[in-house]
Write a protein that binds this ligand. Structure first.
Ligand SMILES: [Cu+2]
Length: 147
């Protein structure tokens, strides 16, 4: 049975398909983020490290330009490197994820450096973080505070 609602729905889907076909760059980039979490530390420590798995399901490279959260003064992306036998951290200005690639932010490697939490973090908290991508789009995610 074809009623008015399903007619409009079909038309809307057709229109969306047409737009996608006419403008392949129509959709904004979107990253798939799995298991985003923050390692909890005592309130006396003014920094937290954040981890997650980031997958780019699209057909173009996507760069993370910046990250922010109301719960932290700033968030940077860091890489842990060995230099002259010493472990140190270096800022990553923009993290680029190639098409169909997956990047791991994990202890001992890439991580978020989350500076100056406004309030002490507690295990079980969720903290909202915004990601700015190089096409100008923004993505929000919830990060879990874990032990
Ligand atoms: Cu760091």
């Amino acid at each position: 049975m074809l009623n008015t609602t399903s007619y409009f729905r079909t038309t809307t889907i057709r229109l969306a398909l047409l737009l996608l076909l006419a403008f392949p760059g129509f959709a904004l980039a979107e990253l798939e983020i799995r298991n985003p979490w923050i390692k909890n530390l005592p309130p006396s420590v003014p920094v937290r490290a954040g981890y997650m798995t980031i997958h780019n399901p699209g057909s173009r490279p996507v760069s993370i330009v910046s990250m922010s959260s109301e719960a932290f003064a700033s968030i940077g992306i860091h890489e842990t490197v060995m230099r002259d036998g010493m472990m140190s951290m270096e800022p990553v200005p923009a993290l680029t994820i190639e098409p169909d690639a997956t990047v791991q932010l994990a202890p001992g490697g890439l991580h978020l450096m989350m500076m100056d939490p406004g309030e002490p973090t507690r295990i079980g908290d969720t903290i909202e973080v915004r990601i700015l991508l190089d096409d100008g789009s923004q993505q929000k995610l919830e990060m879990w505070v874990k032990k």
